[in-house]
Design a protein around this ligand. Structure first.
Ligand code: SAM
Ligand code: SF4
Length: 339
């Protein structure tokens, strides 16, 4: 692997926001097809366009040298990428050196049983597992063919390996909306926080986006009929707002890109498995880092390309879902940028 000789320097965008968080989509492929994320007949990126794991490691290391302190691996499903653990192990050297505060992962959990112990041995301390229902039939409906038992076994394996697990649940009208209180009680009962997410208008998934959208303002007011929620001050530079649920003692997050704007404190950028940087999840902005990465063994070219991209980071997104806006706000699917 190529060592980077860059000096630590802050990446600051035109609105004064310092970039310290990198999300890396290591593959756009997935073993599931959640209907709000992908169409059934997705066209995936040609394998030839993908960065190798060594190139991903080099690119991530350049970001770390430039001030990234937290790195999240995502996808598609990160655990379906072949030899994925070699990337996790390589990146863990930045935890050992103290250059990185956290290396983490967002996964659908279906392959976690196989990889949980190795993730923990690489210094991963907590992970997010996406799970929208506890009902096997509903799970198969949402994911088009997934088996919930694999995910539940994966969660147990992660906990047994000492990983802290947070559950991410997309709130879906008429699909899981009645189950949300049970999901919260289950997650909190198992020692896991849970974060609810509003459906975002990313990627063409066929008809139905408007029908899926369930505003979290409505979910919250319903939950308040059943639980006592106390807002917490906690902020992670991201979209989530947290509350403590008195009855369970657990923490409940709300990611509300549509009903609240959260962009003023945004500290993150995203790279895809082909080396494209997106500085905003909710805008079409994109810059290529693969060409400068491959053009030279010297990291300076990539570093300059990163600075140029961050210099154009948009102020914020303008997601809208309503009957007049049934097309996606952003054409790329969530599986390309990893959320
Ligand atoms: N496959 C992994 C997983 O499902 O956790 C990682 C990638 S997935 C794209 C990351 C997160 O994005 C998941 O929690 C998923 O539920 C969420 N997601 C996907 N499409 C979404 C959409 N259109 N709106 C809101 N969340 C979405
Ligand atoms: Fe796959 Fe995750 Fe998208 Fe579901 S949400 S299809 S698990 S990438």
């Amino acid at each position: 692997m190529i060592a980077t000789a860059l000096q630590p320097q802050d990446m600051i965008d035109p609105f004064g926001r310092t970039i310290t968080y990198l999300r890396v989509s290591v593959t756009d492929r997935c073993d599931l097809r959640c209907f709000y994320c992908m169409s059934e007949d997705m066209t995936f990126l040609p394998k030839a366009d993908l960065l190798t794991l060594e190139e991903l490691d080099r690119l991530c290391s350049i970001f770390i040298a430039k001030g990234v302190r937290k790195l999240r691996l995502t996808g598609g499903e990160p655990l379906v990428r072949r030899n994925m653990m070699s990337l996790v192990r390589a990146l863990s050297r930045h935890l050992t050196s103290g250059a990185l505060d956290e290396l983490t992962l967002t996964t659908n959990g279906s392959l976690l049983s196989k990889f949980a112990a190795e993730l923990a041995s690489c210094g991963v301390r907590r992970i997010n597992v996406s799970l929208d229902t506890l009902d096997a039939d509903c799970f198969r409906h949402i994911t088009r063919w997934g088996e919930i038992d694999k995910v539940l076994a994966g969660i147990r394996a992660a906990q047994a390996a000492g990983l802290r697990v947070k559950i991410n649940t997309v709130a879906l009208k008429n699909i899981n909306e009645d189950e949300i209180p049970q999901l919260i009680e289950w997650a909190h009962g198992e020692g896991m926080d849970l974060t609810l997410i509003e459906v975002m208008p990313l990627g063409d998934i066929g008809p139905g986006r408007v029908d899926q959208y369930l505003p979290l303002s409505l979910v919250r007011s319903r939950l308040e009929g059943r639980f006592s929620l106390t807002d917490l001050d906690e902020r992670t530079g991201g979209p989530a707002r947290y509350a403590r649920v008195r009855e369970t003692g657990g923490k409940l997050g709300f990611i509300t890109p549509l009903t609240h704007n959260f962009c003023e404190s945004c500290n993150r950028v995203r790279i895809t498995c082909t080396g494209t940087i997106h500085t905003c999840l909710g805008q079409e902005d994109a810059s290529d880092l693969r060409r400068p990465l491959r053009a030279s063994d010297d990291d300076a070219l990539v570093s300059e390309a990163i600075d140029r991209a961050i210099g154009t980071k948009p102020k914020g997104h303008d997601f809208i879902i309503d009957r007049r806006h049934s097309r996606p706000s952003v054409s790329r699917h969530m599986s390309v940028t990893g959320g």
